[in-house]
Write a protein that binds this ligand. Structure first.
Ligand code: UDP
Ligand code: MG
Length: 308
């Protein structure tokens, strides 16, 4: 049996009603594993009593990272990663929607199959329709963008090997989406089904606006598809303008000057060509901006596992 240390990273934002129940379920699960572990609780700028409750728990095994304000779940998890030292790092929501009892199974799968990332699919997801529909859309788009067939990106009960976490920490970008970023540094990835429960108390901390921002972060930080779109629409418009111009020229020769409204149509054709050219130029600039953007993100372009 492996004796690698386990780090559990939990972002907490206004969860004071939940924390006691969380600790009372999580700690026995971890103790039963009989191995070295640490809990990293990240207070993401809570405005209720969460921080006070967390601070009472501080010990050799429980660390509290206090953020200066609310930065969002993913930033909070990052801060937690930075404070973690385990060989296996597991992220978990504080609201008990991801049962802590599933943690041993993630560790087991990870170690028996030597996986670098273990994702999870929520079985019988217990959320409102209004929370599920945006998730469906997000999962669909994410699959398209990242191109890896994971079924559920939103569930934060996930396990990562140390080197994946370290590489994520090297990616100094402002807005990111952890499950997607992790996958870009790993080869051995699997997904297991886990139970899902109702929120223990309180409401989802994700409003529709926050979800849209998250989706936007995901699209802009993992593809430059929107910039490419400019380029392609430019080509299309210019092509359209040129064809239109040719049709006009032929029609003018066949039907005479009067039909062509004395050059008004021609003007339109010329206009289309120019608009197309403009879009094309934007697109090319966009391509460069995209490259600059990739550079400033300072993500490691590749990572070596080992030199033999
Ligand atoms: N969370 C956070 N910062 C935020 C929003 C949420 O740290 O700005 C935490 C929250 O406390 C919880 C986890 O992220 O532990 C997931 O949030 P929530 O349960 O509200 O999201 P949902 O289950 O609806 O995806
Ligand atoms: Mg939740």
């Amino acid at each position: 049996m492996s004796t690698d240390k386990i780090s559990i990273v939990i972002p907490v934002y206004n969860e004071d009603k939940v924390l006691e129940a969380l600790f009372s379920r999580l700690i026995p699960v971890m103790d039963r594993l009989n191995r070295d572990y640490e809990l990293i609780m990240v207070d993401d700028g809570s405005t209720d009593n969460s921080l006070e409750i967390l601070l009472q728990q501080v010990s050799d095994r429980i660390k509290v990272v206090e953020m200066t304000r609310n930065y969002g779940q993913h930033a909070a998890i990052f801060a937690g990663f930075e404070a973690s030292s385990g060989e296996i790092v597991i992220t978990l929501d504080a609201d008990l929607q991801n049962p802590p009892e599933e943690i041993p199974r993630i560790i087991e799968v990870m170690e028996s199959g030597c996986y670098e990332v273990v994702g999870t699919v929520r079985k019988g997801r217990k959320d409102s329709v209004f929370r599920k529909i945006p998730s469906k859309v997000i999962n669909g788009i994410t699959r398209r963008i990242i191109g890896i067939q994971l079924r559920d990106w939103g569930c934060m009960l996930r396990g990562y090997r140390r080197h994946v976490v370290d590489n994520m920490l090297k990616s100094k970008e402002h807005s990111t989406f952890i499950p997607a970023l992790a996958i870009s540094f790993a080869k051995d990835i699997t997904e297991i089904e886990v139970a899902h429960e109702e929120r223990y108390s309180g409401d989802s901390k994700y409003s529709l606006a926050k979800l849209i921002t998250l989706q936007f972060d995901l699209i802009t930080s993992f593809t430059d598809f929107p910039l490419k779109l400019l380029f392609y629409s430019g080509i299309l418009l210019a092509f359209f303008g040129i064809s239109f111009g040719i049709v006009l020229a032929i029609a003018r020769l066949v039907f005479g000057a009067l039909w062509a409204a004395e050059g008004v149509f021609t003007l339109f054709a010329v206009l289309f060509v120019f608009i197309g050219a403009q879009f094309l130029a934007f697109g090319i600039m966009g391509e460069y901006i995209g490259r600059i953007y990739r550079e400033v993100k300072k993500r490691p372009p590749y990572t070596v596992r080992q030199v033999h």
